[in-house]
Every structure is written in structure tokens, then in C-alpha cells.
Design a protein around this ligand. Structure first.
Ligand code: NAD
Length: 506
């Protein structure tokens, strides 16, 4: 395939870059197309030795990079964004091939990387600190924001390019370097993207800002957690691994950004505009084959319109074309792996035992051309109660639980009654109900939308969740602050030494 060559991907690839591709000594990892099961390429993974060479190089790059003025750093990030823009088509196709999301979403993912680069360029001139009025005469008080260090970026399979960009573009303008450990499901996406950005950084003498280490969570990922050279670990993945990251980084007083599992609810009130709600639910629940952290998993629908909504959704689901994600007519591609399919089947078994009723879908599919091992399923709609243990759990697959509600208060109570807190949405034409949902006593999630779905955040808004979804914010607003250290400066320009709080000493 031409786009693989365009991105510098061969049959056999190195799994570590620190300014140059290293000769790795670890085991070979095979990357497979989830639509066909065929091997796309192999990666020689990093061992502890290459990990060490990577982190040392990234740290050395940071020590030089922090001296480059922030707006100049922004100019280089502009070039990174442009390099990605030029390769948008090839990168999007690679996301589709290796991760399995449809082409529109593959290109959308790359566009997110471009958007955050643009955002970061502007932000590089706006790393503002406050100035305060000192209580002492002849004194000035202000906050300065300084680079933090080398940021460890550990990413999930489902956004194999965008999440690295969310973190690294902001980290770069803040004066940090990054070491990236991608998911073992999507190593070639990381290699392709690194090959796109590295000429820009190498030309500036800063290749090691975009250091990459490919290896298993246990072999390589674990090392990040205890490595004192990384004052910040930005982790995107499951709640169970995220808990380990939180504890290990907390143990050594490192910061963490934790973007973990979601269990996102969409509330449909009686007065909802179904002409926009149904497409929003469809995109939210079937898009990326239900493998988005923001996927709509629970539909909390008013009992008066529930039958009608179920009927319309089942009809819409029946029209979804499932197939190879590279085919532009496909709306739903495969799951990422055989174990993801098994987890979906297991979840549906549990659902039935707990009292749920399947309204449509939920079967495995074998499609022509995918006999070698495509991981296709039929997206499922099921009637359920919010308290079922399986409904309280994130299953990373296209299962939409339909839960009936009596009124807004009932909806908010049920909506918040899950351990996770990432995204949420309400569809209503009543401004009081909409505002109530977004108020302090409404949705308890990091994101609460009105008349748009739970999925599809845009750069500019801070992205992240609450409760078991973790903490920290990425992408927009003032999330840059997490990649810097704050220093308070008090400067005495008088010829006296007054003490704060009026203390007289000696
Ligand atoms: P995962 O937790 O299995 O893996 C995530 C990353 O952690 C991978 O790179 C993996 O190799 C690494 N890892 C595994 N064990 C590790 C260890 N002991 N130490 C360090 N790193 C380790 O998650 P996944 O299956 O790749 O992704 C799906 C999950 O990610 C879902 O729960 C989804 O909701 C979540 N997610 C959340 C967000 C968000 O922004 N909240 C975004 C995308 C995905």
C-alpha cells in the first residue's frame, strides 16, 4: 500500500526513536488489520536498554528546549501541524487500517492533531501568569510559568494519533519533551506519525522531543510510572490500568493526567427534537464501533416516548452498513481484536442473566474477505435497568442500554448513578431543563452537552472526566497549565524589609 511507504512504514520496523531509530532487542510484535486479520507489519520492541536511551535523550532535549522562548517553540509547533496537514490522507488511512475506525473518522482523528497544533501555536504567546498586589510597600508579586520536564505519554488504541498530539503539542509550547508509549494494538500509527513530525524536529536539532518507545505495558509502560525523570504521566486507557498509574505516580509525587473509561448517558426528555436526537444517538453509539471513551452507552429516555424511540433506533441500526472500514460506504468497522468481541459477547450474556432484553443486534459477523480473522459484530440495542452490574460497567463495544425515566429528576439521579463521569448529554427544548442539567446539581460529568450527543469533542474545550474516569484536562481551555510548573515571585524593590502579616522580628 502506497500510504504505508509514504509514512516510512516497512515490513519490519524499529520500536524506538530518540532522535534516530534504534536497533531494538525486544520481541517482535505483529500489527494486524482488525478487518481481515492479516499482518500489516512487524515491530521489534524496545527493551529496558532502549527505554533508557530514549528517556535520557528526551530529558537532554528538554534541558535545551526549555531555553527556547515560548513563541519560538510555537513556530516549530506550527511546522509540525503543517507536516501533519500534508500527510492527512495517508495518516487517516493508516488509522483506519490498523485501528479499524472508518475512513471519515480516521481523517477526523488526524484533523484533531492538526487542530491542537493550531491551538497550541496561539497558546504559545498566551502562557499568562497573574500579577498580584502585595500587602508590603515597594514589593511586586506575580506568578511565572516554567517548563516542567519530560512528559510520559501513554495512549490507548482507540485514538492512536490524536491523544499523542493533544498532549505533545501543548507540552512542546510549554517547553517540555515527550516520551510516547502507544498501545500495542496500534504501534504502526505511532511509527507513521513519528516519521511525519521527526524531519521538522530533527531539522531544528530537537528530534528527541518526540521520543517513542514501543513495548508492552508490563515491560515498558511500568517503567514510566517509577521514572523520576518524568514529573508528569499523561495516561489514557482503562480505569483498571489508570488506577495503577495514579498510585505509582502518587507514590513519587509525580503529577498525572488520567483519561480513563466512560459510561456516558444521553437523556431524552419528552419534548426532545427526535429529528436531531436519533442521528446523535446513532453516531454516539455505533460510531467507532462503540470504541470511543465518549460512546453513548446509556440512553435515558422518557417513558412516554420510549416505545417510539426504540422503534426508530432499531430501524436506524438495521440500515447501518457494517464492513471494511476502508470502504467509504461503511458506517461501522470491526472491533479491535478477538478479545474485544469475546468481551462484548460476555457482556450480553451477563445482561440477559441480569434481566435485560436485546432489541436488535449483538451477534458476531463473518464478512466476505474477513474469514482470516476480522472482528465484526452487529451493534446492539438492549432494554435494561440502570442498576444492573453490567450497565454500571464500561464494555468497550457497541451496546446501547435503553433505560426508561419518569422525569428530569429521575433522569439526573439515574444518569449520575454510575462510577464513571466522562461525557453526558440532554435533548430537550426546555431551557430550564437544559440549564438544570448543566448546573452544579445536574450532570456530574466533565462534559455536559445540550442537544448534541456525548461523542465528538472539539479542540478548545477542556476534555476530561470525573470519578473513575480520572482527573486532569487535555486539549483546550487552560489545560496547558498541567504541563508547566507555577512559581510565585515576590520582588522587593524598596530599601526596607517589611514582613508579611505585619510581623516584627528583632
Ligand atoms: P488499556 O488500559 O488496555 O491500555 C492503555 C495503555 O496502557 C496502552 O498503551 C497499554 O499498553 C498501557 N498499559 C497497560 N498496562 C500498563 C501498565 N501496567 N503500566 C503502564 N502502561 C500500561 O486501554 P485500551 O484498551 O488501549 O483503551 C480503551 C480504554 O481507554 C477504555 O477504557 C476507554 O474508555 C479509555 N479511553 C479513555 C479516553 C478518555 O479520554 N477518557 C480516551 C480514549 C480511551
Amino acid at each position: 500500500m502506497d500510504f504505508l511507504r509514504e509514512l516510512g512504514i516497512s515490513k519490519d520496523n524499529s520500536g524506538a526513536y530518540n532522535g534516530e531509530w534504534l536497533a531494538c532487542k525486544g520481541e517482535w510484535l505483529e500489527s494486524r488489520d482488525p478487518a481481515t486479520g492479516k499482518v500489516i507489519g512487524r515491530i521489534r520492541q524496545a527493551t529496558g536498554e532502549e527505554y533508557e536511551a530514549c528517556v535520557a535523550a528526551a530529558h537532554a532535549a528538554y534541558l535545551r528546549w526549555r531555553e527556547v522562548p515560548a513563541p519560538k517553540r510555537g513556530e516549530i509547533v506550527r511546522k509540525l501541524g503543517n507536516a501533519i496537514r500534508e500527510k492527512k490522507d495517508a495518516l487517516g488511512r493508516l488509522v483506519t487500517l490498523e485501528m479499524g475506525k472508518i475512513l471519515q473518522e480516521g481523517w477526523g482523528e488526524v484533523q484533531e492533531a492538526i487542530d491542537i497544533a493550531d491551538f497550541a501555536v496561539g497558546q504559545s504567546r498566551m502562557l499568562y501568569g497573574l500579577s498580584m498586589h502585595s500587602e508590603r510597600p515597594g514589593h511586586a508579586m506575580r506568578e511565572s510559568w516554567h517548563p516542567l520536564g519530560t512528559v510520559g505519554v501513554i495512549t490507548a488504541f482507540n485514538f492512536p494519533m490524536a491523544v499523542w498530539a493533544w498532549n505533545s503539542m501543548l507540552a512542546y509550547i510549554c517547553g517540555d519533551s515527550c516520551v510516547w508509549k502507544p498501545s500495542s494494538e496500534t504501534p504502526l500509527c505511532a511509527i507513521g506519525l513519528t516519521n511525519v513530525v521527526r524531519p521538522v524536529l530533527e531539522a531544528e536539532g530537537f528530534g528527541a522531543l518526540a521520543t517513542l518507545v514501543i513495548g508492552s505495558g508490563r515491560e515498558v509502560g511500568n517503567r514510566f510510572l517509577t521514572d523520576k525523570r518524568m514529573p508528569l504521566i499523561s495516561f489514557t486507557g482503562s480505569t483498571s490500568v489508570g488506577k495503577k498509574v495514579a498510585m505509582a505516580s502518587g507514590e513519587r509525587f509525580a503529577r498525572s493526567i488520567l483519561e480513563l473509561g466512560g459510561n456516558n448517558g444521553l437523556v431524552l426528555l419528552e419534548d426532545a427534537d427526535l429529528s436531531i436526537a436519533i442521528p446523535a444517538i446513532l453516531f454516539g453509539s455505533v460510531g467507532t464501533a462503540g470504541q470511543r471513551c465518549t460512546t453513548t452507552r446509556r440512553l435515558l429516555v422518557h417513558e412516554k416516548i420510549a416505545d417510539e424511540v426504540e422503534k426508530r433506533l432499531v430501524r436506524a441500526y438495521e440500515q447501518v452498513k457494517i464492513g471494511n472500514p476502508a470502504d467509504e460506504k461503511t458506517l461501522c468497522g470491526p472491533l479491535v481484536s478477538a478479545s474485544a468481541v469475546a468481551e462484548m459477547m460476555d457482556a450480553l450474556e451477563q445482561l440477559k442473566k441480569q434481566g435485560g432484553k436485546i432489541l436488535c443486534g449483538g451477534e458476531r459477523l463473518t464478512l466476505p474477505g474477513a474469514e482470516a480473522g476480522g472482528h465484526f459484530v452487529k451493534p446492539c440495542i438492549a432494554r435494561a435497568e440502570n442498576h444492573y452490574p453490567i450497565v454500571q460497567t464500561e464494555t468497550f463495544a457497541p451496546i446501547l442500554y435503553v433505560i426508561r425515566i419518569k422525569n428530569l429528576e429521575d433522569a439526573i439521579q439515574k444518569h449520575n448513578d454510575v462510577p464513571q463521569g466522562l461525557t453526558s448529554a440532554i435533548f430537550t427544548m426546555n431551557v430550564r431543563h437544559a440549564e438544570r442539567f448543566c448546573a452544579a446539581t445536574g450532570s456530574d460529568c466533565g462534559i455536559a452537552n445540550v442537544n448534541i450527543g456525548t461523542s465528538g469533542a472539539e479542540i478548545g474545550g477542556a476534555f476530561g472526566g470525573e470519578k473513575e474516569t480520572g482527573w486532569g484536562r487535555e486539549s483546550g481551555s487552560d489545560s496547558w497549565k498541567q504541563y508547566m510548573r507555577r512559581q510565585t515571585n515576590t520582588v522587593n524593590w524598596s530599601n526596607a524589609l517589611p514582613l508579611a502579616q505585619g510581623i516584627q522580628f528583632g
